[in-house]
Design a protein around this ligand. Structure first.
Ligand code: HEM
Length: 369
């Protein structure tokens, strides 16, 4: 079993080299009126195929949309993460919080009426900014503010989602299919109602599994995609001052791997003790699970993935095949970041399969995702 080392903080010079070799290989963005395409490190071949094959429908309303240089934005996001990680110097990373920011900016989508989603970036405003599910994400937003100032032509909605895609690469994950073109709302009046993001515990394994399906099916995902997306919990940790839960899921929280799935299966998870006989500090937080040595955690919603037979099938597959996990994760995360953007982006042809979502699907097809 391959076990990845915890990401070490490399000296700036060598990380800069890594950044420069990991910047867009796609060359110049493919531009139409107000629309830009990039594929993260999928190579010039992909760009050539796209350039030859994708014809975007010009939308006069967006003809004057400002352009940004994706390679410059990507380098700036990488540098921001790197600077913060070096400042911390403890092996934790800003990248997981940026992944979570991108997911919460997008995961409010409902396919039933097209509400929510990443377009508009309403999570900057109340009510979304104040939702309990978004606690702790202001920190991530604050890190991105200087980048918005540096690239005024970039919408917040593109910045937040793109930062999540770049963060996945930063932590050694797969290239995420991504297209620019989101626009910003000016306030939170069009936010969907609270309750669109998942709870970690609905009281029983069956109710929690059903809740995950209710939440993710609403966005248009299936069981396989739910499990693949949950693999992001290889990254980062729970913070008591944000969610009330505590601890990392894996021993390499700054590296994307299939460790989350291996640990789900192989670690003897037990409810985190409310009392310690030994006199240690009793756990006063919500019900969560801990590893044998108490250093790792799982949420009830994580364990639901092994308790539910259909989810379990995919946990087993991803545990044994990291390549499959990366492939499925890239496709599902790219799809997530594009939720809700169809109606107001350049290139929209209206109708199903049009706009950013439809073009992203074509992009993913070309990438073999
Ligand atoms: C399946 C339902 C999910 C539930 C119930 C859930 C719940 C949570 C909770 C409670 C936290 C801790 C937040 C904190 O205390 O700071 C967290 C963190 C995190 N979640 Fe999820 N999550 C889910 C799905 C996802 C998905 C789909 C992704 C991304 C694709 C994701 C990515 C992350 C990451 C990277 C962190 C760590 C953030 C950090 O270290 O700051 N989660 N999640």
């Amino acid at each position: 079993m391959a076990f990845r080392a915890i990401r070490t903080i490399a000296p700036t010079a060598s990380r800069q080299l890594a950044v420069s070799t990991r910047t867009f290989a796609a060359g110049p963005a493919i531009k139409s009126a107000g629309s830009q395409y990039s594929s993260l490190t999928t190579g010039a071949l992909c760009a050539t195929v796209l350039a030859a094959s994708l014809t975007l429908t010009a939308d006069p309303a967006h003809a004057a949309a400002p352009k940004v240089d994706p390679a410059a934005v990507k380098a700036a996001i990488m540098a921001t993460i790197e600077a913060e990680d070096e400042r911390r110097g403890d092996g934790t990373s800003l990248a997981p919080t940026l992944v979570r920011l991108a997911w919460h900016a997008s995961g409010t989508y409902s396919k039933a009426d097209g509400s929510g989603g990443s377009n508009g970036c309403r999570m900057r405003f109340n009510p979304e900014a104040g939702w309990g599910a978004n606690a702790g994400l202001a920190t991530a937003r604050n890190f991105l503010d200087p980048l918005k100032a540096k690239f005024p032509g970039l919408s917040y909605a593109d910045l937040y989602t793109y930062a999540g895609a770049v963060a996945i690469e930063y932590v050694g994950g797969p290239a995420i299919p991504f297209a620019f073109g989101r626009t910003d709302a000016t306030d939170g009046t069009t936010s969907p109602p609270d309750g669109r993001l998942p709870n970690a515990d609905m009281g029983s394994p069956a109710a929690t599994a059903q809740h995950l399906r209710d939440i993710f099916y609403r966005m248009g995902f299936d069981d396989r995609e739910i499990v693949a997306l949950s693999g992001a919990h290889a990254l980062g940790r729970c913070h008591e001052d944000a969610s009330g839960y505590w601890g990392p899921w894996t021993r390499a929280e700054s590296t994307l791997s299939n460790e989350y799935f291996r640990l789900l299966k192989e670690e003897p998870w037990t409810p985190k003790a409310k009392k310690h006989e030994s006199g240690g500090c009793p756990w006063k937080g919500p019900a969560q699970y801990e590893s044998a040595d108490g250093s790792l955690m799982m949420l009830p919603s994580d364990l639901a993935l092994v308790q539910d037979p259909k989810f379990h099938e995919w946990v087993l597959k991803y545990k044994d095949d990291e390549e499959l996990f990366f492939k499925d994760f890239a496709a599902a995360f790219g799809k997530l970041l594009a939720l809700g953007v169809k109606e107001s982006t350049a290139g929209s042809t209206g109708g199903a399969g049009g706009g950013l979502g439809g073009l992203l699907a074509k992009l993913m097809g070309f990438m073999g995702l």
